[in-house]
Each structure stands twice: as structure tokens, then as C-alpha cells.
Write a new protein. Structure first.
Length: 246
């Protein structure tokens, strides 16, 4: 079992992209980004308008299979401040059914407002329980022991004999854990990118979402993102003939 041990808590990274804290009966997801497709369409980038339905279907499946007592969404549940207005009535009913079936908490993110009252759930800036504290974005200063967050949409790359494989991942060291984005259109940032790499110590490990299982890799197995690899490559020495010499 690919457990993550964080500040004494045993956590299970699920293939869906959700995190299960079985001891408390908590299911944690990050960055649903509901209605990202319609938000991009309004700006001229046309994508199939099915991301909200696909994201909710995966969340419904995880809740049905893992049967959590409490579900916590770690912010950016909606892609922008008007996203909730674009959610269809059918999908709004699905959200309301999920929040009615569980003790549901929406953590405030940098994209989303509080959801409509009819959809249920409570809203908070962060939540602390036992050895863990859950918030939207990782702190860059101060104590972070037991911190769980989202925001960065981590992904990782590893080189195999056949090819390089890149996938969304859970990323953790001894102090903090960052969840992959759960949203269908959410995308990702390589964990070794400078914007994220400085958040972790040398004992960083990732749990990559594969086709049928979660794969765990240490930092030493991870491949640099392309732009970082180019920047770290040694400079070539170019020899130029002196004028007048053969």
C-alpha cells in the first residue's frame, strides 16, 4: 500500500486524485476548477464543455467507493468568481446531493467565492485536526509540520526504458503534502519547477497517478522539466581561429 506518513498521520493517495485519511474518515480533494471549460470558452479558447460533469463523476465515484464521513475541498473548487453561475441545474443538483451525503467543507481558494447557499456545505479559510492542518496554498514561511494543501497542481516525470512518463502526482516530504489538481481541465506544474521545488526538502517523494495504480518515486528518480534541463546543461565551448592563421 502506497501510504503517505505525514506528521504521524497515515494517508492513502487514491488513484482518483483524492486523499483518504481513514482514521478520521476524511476524503480530501484539491482544485476542482469547475466550469473551467466555459470560462476559457468565454475568452475564445473552445474546449468541450464537459469538464464539470467529468470532475463530478470522478468525485461521486470516489465518495461511493471510499465512503468518507467528511469531504474537504482545498480551494479553487470553481474556476473563477462567476463559475457557479455557469454550472448547469443538473450539475448543481449533483453538488447538492454530494454535500447532503457528507459533512462537507469548502476551503476558500484564490479563484472561488463561497458556493450558492442551495448547494450546502460550510466554508472556511483552513482547518486543523490532530497532527494536520489543511489549507489552499502552502505557506512559504513559519511552521508547516503536517500541512496539506493544493494550488500548485503538481505533476512529475520519470524516465523509463521506453519513454518519459508524465502524470499528476501527490508530492510530499517530512513536513508537507501537496495534492494533485482534481479538475478534469486543471493541468499541472512539474514538482521540480523552481516555483514549487523550493517548498520541499531533499526527502521529497511523489505518488504518480498511473493507468491502474499509484506509483511512488523518490526525488532521485524524477526528470527535470524541459526548460530546467536546458538551463542546467553545460555551456558549449566554441573555438574560433585567430585571424591570419590557417
Amino acid at each position: 500500500m502506497n501510504e503517505i506518513l505525514l506528521n504521524g498521520a497515515r494517508l492513502l493517495p487514491d488513484l482518483s486524485g483524492a486523499l483518504l485519511w481513514a482514521e478520521r474518515g476524511w476524503l480530501v480533494v484539491a482544485d476542482l476548477h469547475l466550469e473551467k471549460g466555459s470560462g476559457l470558452a468565454a475568452r475564445g479558447t473552445l474546449l468541450p464543455p464537459y469538464d464539470t460533469g467529468a470532475t463530478l463523476a470522478r468525485l461521486e465515484e470516489a465518495c461511493l467507493r471510499l465512503r468518507p464521513r467528511r469531504v474537504i475541498c482545498l480551494g479553487d473548487s470553481f474556476h473563477d468568481r462567476k463559475a457557479a453561475e455557469r454550472v448547469s441545474a443538473q450539475d448543481g443538483s449533483r453538488i447538492a446531493a454530494l454535500t447532503a451525503a457528507h459533512d462537507w467543507l469548502w476551503i476558500a481558494g484564490n479563484h472561488d467565492p463561497a458556493p450558492p447557499d442551495g448547494w450546502g456545505g460550510n466554508v472556511a479559510e483552513e482547518v486543523a485536526e490532530g497532527p494536520l492542518v489543511l489549507r489552499h496554498e502552502a505557506l512559504t514561511a513559519g511552521s508547516v509540520a503536517g500541512e496539506i494543501s493544493g494550488h500548485y497542481h503538481p505533476k512529475a516525470s520519470v524516465d523509463t526504458r521506453a519513454r518519459r512518463v508524465t502524470a499528476r502526482c501527490f508530492a510530499a516530504d517530512a513536513n508537507r503534502l501537496i495534492l494533485p489538481a482534481f479538475g478534469a481541465y486543471a493541468g499541472g506544474l512539474n514538482v521540480l519547477d523552481p516555483a514549487m521545488a523550493g517548498l520541499f526538502g531533499p526527502n521529497l517523494r511523489v505518488w504518480m497517478l498511473g493507468q491502474d495504480k499509484v506509483h511512488c518515486f523518490p526525488r532521485s528518480r524524477l526528470a527535470l522539466p524541459a526548460h530546467a534541463a536546458r538551463a542546467s546543461a553545460p555551456a558549449r565551448t566554441i573555438r574560433v581561429k585567430a585571424p591570419g592563421r590557417d
